[in-house]
Design a binder for this molecule. Structure first.
Ligand code: NAL
Length: 328
């Protein structure tokens, strides 16, 4: 795999390809970053972008993780003091997940977002952005029903952070794409360059395969889960013997979340996946890439139950170090 393939592996969107190709040609000293609203415990959505950061570190990039405490406050996630406390715990969990300590810089938003110069630049962006544009950018991020002024400021600060953290590549889930597009449009008001972005896919709800997996509406997997919790959730997951299930009764698109977790979480971190089976059922199956596992599930060679059992043990291995940190 060349550097460009590795950097863009498993991403849903590259903005723009030419810009990422230029980065891939000279990754040394280049910096990628993701921002997270601090919450006490990492869940599978955080882990998905963290896996991408680990791949980027392997490709030679440096990484900044922004613990976006002020953003979480603006998005109504609690008192500022509570949020600050959870940020520290989150950092420990990211390191336990496998981010390279030498190549990762953790920054709290509040370290620079109250600086006079930052605040003035923020006001410049406010002057250049309509309320409706800011509101649209936040549609897939904001918590609560009614739009607050704080939620219009939020995406502008996210855009400005890209300038202040001096990063070359912004990473986020697909729900961040409208904020990044806003950033590409408004930043030229204060900077000459627009940020290059990579967007990672969203994983479907575990039990239905519809929509996005989320802790607020359904089942998610987090670093707090015991092995038994993971077992229970994965065993109950939607896993038809296909990667492309038909729409549900209401006509909603569906995915196979078990396959998605293999593709986006397991294969990027393990050279090889072994599905253990008793001799009488054909013995162990060994996969060097996601595509061959998917093909075997579709052909019936690999039974969904055996795929789930293997998924539990790989997910557990990924989560175990963070779980120990949480319990310590
Ligand atoms: C991500 C978030 C907040 C601030 C950021 C600043 C720069 C880059 C990325 C950032 C959190 C993200 C979320 N909006 O929904 O969790």
């Amino acid at each position: 795999m060349d550097a460009y393939e590795r950097i863009t592996r498993n991403v849903s969107e590259v903005v723009t390809e030419d810009e990422v190709r230029a980065l891939a040609e000279a990754p040394d000293g280049k910096r990628a970053y993701v921002g997270y609203e601090p919450s006490g415990v990492l869940h599978i959505g955080h882990m998905l972008t963290a896996t991408k950061l680990i791949e980027l570190q392997e490709a030679g990039l440096d990484v900044t993780v922004l613990l976006a405490d002020v953003h979480a406050y603006l998005n109504d996630k609690g008192s500022f003091d509570e949020i600050r406390e959870t940020a520290e715990r989150m950092k420990e969990q990211f390191l336990a997940y496998g981010l390279d300590e030498e190549k990762t810089e953790f920054v709290l938003g509040s370290e620079f977002q109250f600086d006079r110069e930052y605040v003035l630049d923020l006001h410049a962006l406010e002057l250049n952005t309509t309320l409706s544009r800011a509101e649209r950018a936040m549609a897939e991020i904001k918590s609560g029903e009614s739009a607050k002024v704080s939620q219009a400021v939020y995406p502008l600060m996210q855009a400005l952070d890209i300038v202040y953290l001096d990063v070359d590549l912004a990473i986020g889930g697909m729900e961040q794409r409208k904020v990044h597009m806003l950033a590409r449009d408004v930043l030229p008001a204060i900077e000459e360059e627009s940020p290059t972005c990579l967007h990672t896919p969203l994983i479907a709800d575990l039990s239905t395969g519809v929509g996005k997996m989320s802790s607020s509406t359904g089942t998610t997997i987090s670093m707090e889960d015991s092995t038994e919790d993971i077992e229970e959730k994965v065993n109950a997951a939607f896993c038809p013997p296909t990667a492309h299930p038909d729409p549900d009764d209401d006509g909603n698109d569906r995915e196979n979340p078990v396959l998605q977790i293999f593709e986006y979480h397991v294969f990027p971190r393990f050279q090889q996946v072994v599905v253990e089976r008793p001799e009488e059922y054909g013995g162990d199956l060994t996969y060097d890439d996601y595509e061959s596992l998917e093909a075997d599930l579709e052909s019936g060679e690999l039974h969904p139950m055996d795929a789930k059992t293997a998924l539990v043990s790989y997910l557990d291995e990924l989560i175990a170090p963070g779980r120990e940190k949480i319990q310590a």
